[in-house]
Design a protein around this ligand. Structure first.
Ligand SMILES: [Zn+2]
Length: 172
């Protein structure tokens, strides 16, 4: 199945690049990747474009900025960001699998909330490149930050390393 991602994700990454490295940075990225800046939030595009944006950030600026990008994106993803601001972390985590499948046409997410101190997120067939694994770590961190929740995020299993899914363990 073809993997597709909503334009809102591309727009959020492009906004991040512009915020971080200015108009010149944004123009360089668009020209390097052969893109125009015409993504529509609600429309689906090849996920490859999303991956190429992550690769560009990593290659040109460093992998740590991919994590920062993920953090920025969850905080700037329109309706998701708006909703998160008014909810606690438990509510967001509960809704996250559904939110995920509204934005991406591939893969799925499972969550576990075994006790007050731990949240586990499992991403099945979501991450195909290292940068994607890193970006999702940033997304988790961004979610914590937005809800003013202190916690540590670790990727404890990885699809790219032979596990069935990428697993992010959050310790609150
Ligand atoms: Zn992974």
């Amino acid at each position: 199945m073809e993997r597709r991602t909503r334009g809102s994700v591309m727009n959020a990454y492009l906004k991040f690049i512009k915020r971080k490295w200015g108009k010149e940075g944004l123009e360089q990225c668009l020209s390097d990747l052969g893109l125009d800046n015409m993504f529509k939030d609600g429309q689906y595009y090849h996920n490859e474009i999303h991956e190429n944006l992550l690769r560009w950030i990593s290659r040109e600026k460093g992998l740590e900025y991919v994590e920062e990008g993920g953090k920025f994106v969850i905080q700037n993803l329109g309706i998701v960001a708006w909703m998160v601001r008014f909810a606690n972390v438990k509510t967001i985590v509960k809704r996250f699998p559904k939110n995920y499948s509204e934005i991406y046409t591939f893969g799925r997410v499972e969550i576990e909330y075994p006790d007050e101190k731990h949240i586990t997120l499992r991403f099945y067939e979501v991450n195909f490149i290292e940068e994607a694994c890193t970006a999702w770590k940033g997304v988790c961190e961004g979610g914590l930050e937005m809800t003013k929740t202190k916690g540590i995020v670790k990727e404890t299993k990885c699809r790219r390393k032979g596990d069935e899914y990428c697993e992010y363990a959050i310790e609150l």
